[in-house]
Design a protein around this ligand. Structure first.
Ligand code: SAM
Length: 362
């Protein structure tokens, strides 16, 4: 009797779990559907306006560079590069060589001003790749125009193509020797369709090279990270608690959902799980969490990159993150990765794998 009771309880909880998972995916599908049409168009228009006014999309506070030079750079150096541009150039070049195509075509998903792609083209040229083109897929025509002017100024116009389009319904029309995405996947609503299209369009020996944000949707902190942000927050001088982006004082850090207006971080937490379903990770560098809040654009500008207290604070927050990531208390909010469609060996940094970087939302 007890035995049967045990089975039926197990069965019941399995059915409940399946129902919840099914409902969750049904709700996600419904919300995507709802997001289509007028609401989607309105959000796209907001997104276009947000980036139209930003000359340098990636402009970051000085303290960010203090942190990235001291801590991110050594992680990249394990892979023979010093910065994200070199990471993209190295692995796209390697991808082209392994595909053995004389005139490789690459595509960058959500390329913005195309400044990264221009620098990547210059690096690949310097490394000896001569006949190649990088298509820059971007929905914002203002940014593509800037990219076109910059590519001409920088002498790589023949290597950059400009493609105005929506990555949420993109279907590749050719076979690419490599595909890159720099800080754009966290703006994608239809990750499933985009990743399926990437998989179809990528040469069987090609790489999908990514640098992106993979924390909670809207770049919010999960509860366990928020508690730690608040603990460090209490050390901040009052003047450091002013949010320069939202123009408000935050006595205690507020867990703002950045996806409220445009598509900032709209499905960031689904990026790694959806990639794992379709690709094999070849390189994985997962990093950062609590530190984001203090070095990013909202509050990072208050910190003095040469200030003794400021540096010590950032060092302590970083040390906390590293320990928490290693012992599984927190999961990373950023990754740099190289993926393939075929099984391959995984090279990963500091013991962190893609699988143990996924924070179960339930
Ligand atoms: C954070 S920016 C990154 C831009 C660029 N990759 C970089 O690193 O400078 C995200 C980019 O995605 C673009 N974007 C947003 N939604 C898009 C869509 N549905 N289709 C194509 N591009 C989109 C934005 O216009 C913006 O340029």
């Amino acid at each position: 009797m007890n035995y049967l009771g045990g089975i039926s309880r197990k069965l019941k909880s399995a059915i409940e779990e399946m129902t919840t998972a099914f409902e969750r995916s049904l709700n996600a599908a419904r919300s995507r559907e709802r997001m289509k049409g007028e609401a989607y168009a309105a959000k796209l228009a907001t997104e276009t306006e947000i980036f139209k006014g930003q000359e340098d999309i990636n402009a970051l506070p000085e303290i960010f560079h203090y942190w990235s030079n001291k801590y991110l750079r050594p992680m990249l150096e394990e892979f023979g590069v010093s910065n994200p541009d070199q990471f993209f150039a190295k692995y796209l070049h390697e991808s082209a060589l392994s595909c053995a195509i004389a005139d490789p075509a690459f595509i960058s998903i959500g390329a913005g001003n195309c400044d990264t792609e221009i620098r990547v083209a210059q690096l690949m040229k310097r490394a000896g790749l001569t006949r190649f083109v990088i298509e820059c897929l971007e929905m914002n025509p203002h940014l593509l125009l800037r990219g076109r002017q910059m590519a001409a100024q920088e002498g790589v116009a023949e290597h950059i193509d400009f493609v105005e389009g929506d990555f949420n319904d993109w279907k590749g029309k050719r076979r690419y020797a490599g595909i890159m995405a720099n800080q754009s996947l966290h703006h994608v609503l239809n990750l499933e369709s985009l990743f399926d299209a990437v998989k179809r369009s990528l040469h069987p020996k090609g790489y999908f090279v990514i640098s992106d944000m993979i924390g909670r949707n809207g770049h919010q902190r999960w509860p366990e990270a928020l508690a730690e942000v608040h603990r460090f927050w209490r050390e901040l001088p009052a003047g450091y608690r002013y949010n320069v982006q939202l123009k408000r004082h935050e006595e205690l850090y507020e867990n703002w959902d950045c996806s409220a207006e445009g598509f900032e971080g709209v499905r960031a937490q689904d990026i790694v799980p959806q990639l794992l379903k379709r690709f094999h990770f070849h390189v994985y560098i997962g990093f950062a969490n609590v530190i984001d809040v203090f070095i990013d654009r909202a509050f990072g500008h208050h910190f003095k990159a040469d200030g003794e207290w400021d540096r010590d604070f950032v060092d302590r927050v970083h040390a906390f993150d590293e320990e928490a990531l290693r012992n599984g208390k927190l999961t990373p909010t950023h990754m740099m990765a190289v993926l393939t469609t075929r099984p391959c060996a995984l090279l990963y940094s500091r013991g962190l794998t893609p699988e143990n970087s996924v924070r179960d939302p339930s």
